[in-house]
Design a protein. Structure first.
Length: 315
């Protein structure tokens, strides 16, 4: 019995410690800007920039700087490649003026970043993340380790090394509801990157029906080489009648316009039309019944008058 009680108390103590650790993690936060860089650098050249880190906490905050290569994926997803790849690629080209610092509550500091591209760097896209890990003040002082270490936030760095950069892509699909009763008219299309560097498609979608024309745009997003990404635009509004043609005019900066793609959406407000037809039908039936009753009354009145005239003649 004593052993069970001791085990229970020990379990409660361990659980309390874990909850305390999570609570400590939750109390540590870190803010930085900008959250991304997109730069073009010639081989053998150096680019310089700054990242501002803010301590929004009520206590001192230690900051540890880390860097990792990353790879891009479908729909703009990114994946950190791990520390073992940091000796090559973009992560190895990045230098920071200091790898750690301490910020007082609500204080902000700038970290100076430089990217030195080797003269033999392959042209095209190279990607990395500059990560900032928040550490509580008690860990900074060296009294404790583990407790008080927060998560990492990062700045994504997208570098295009100039040279024989291949930028190519295409609109691989355009999707929309082919039939609908109301607006808005929503269109989604995918752009595939078939080159060796990232790009952000620009352009517009032209919506056109029998009476009106509307030009929509989309949020600029990065498409990584070998992958595709979905872009969306819409024509707001509720009532449309007939075909709506949506034409995608997309282009890649530095390359030009992509082949035009389009889709047609048929819109017919059948609910409202059904209600209107129902109302007209009720009115028509009401008028028909009323007219029939009116004829019956007229016939009855005429019969009564004829009988009265006949009786008067006999008299």
């Amino acid at each position: 019995m004593n052993m069970r009680k001791s085990f229970f108390l020990a379990s409660v103590f361990i659980l309390g410690c874990l909850v305390g650790v999570n609570y400590a993690f939750a109390q540590i936060s870190i803010t930085l800007y900008p959250t991304s860089f997109r730069v073009q650098i010639d081989p053998g050249k150096t680019w310089e920039g700054t990242v501002t880190v803010v301590n929004p906490n009520s206590d001192r905050l230690g900051v540890k700087v880390e860097k990792e290569n990353l790879s891009g994926g479908a729909e703009g997803s990114i994946e950190l490649m791990g520390e073992e790849t940091n000796q090559i690629g973009l992560a190895s080209w990045i230098s920071v003026d200091r790898m750690s610092d301490t910020l007082n509550p609500n204080e902000k500091k700038e970290f100076y970043v430089s990217i030195s591209v080797p003269s033999n760097a392959p042209p095209g896209g190279h990607y990395a993340a500059l990560l900032f890990r928040g550490i509580s003040s008690d860990t900074i002082d060296g009294n404790r380790t583990g407790v008080g270490i927060g998560g990492r936030v990062g700045t994504v760095i997208l570098v295009e090394v100039s040279g024989e950069v291949q930028k190519s892509g295409s609109v691989v699909s355009v999707e929309a509801n082919k039939f609908q009763s109301h607006g808005p008219i929503d269109v989604a299309f995918k752009v595939k990157n078939t080159g060796n560097s990232y790009f952000s498609p620009e352009g517009k979608i032209v919506f056109k029906n029998l009476w009106r024309t509307y030009e929509g745009t989309w949020e600029p997003r990065v498409v990584f080489p070998g992958f595709d990404r979905t872009f969306k635009s819409s024509w707001a509004g509720k009532y449309f009648v007939g075909p709506v043609r949506a034409t995608v005019f997309a282009s890649i900066p530095g390359l030009g316009e992509l082949p035009v793609e389009e889709v047609v959406v048929w819109v017919f407000p059948w609910q409202e039309v059904s209600i209107g037809i129902g109302i007209l039908l009720v009115i028509w039936l009401g008028m028909r019944i009323g007219f029939r009753n009116f004829k019956i009354v007229r016939v009855s009145d005429n019969s009564t008058n004829q009988k009265s005239e006949t009786q008067n003649k006999k008299a």
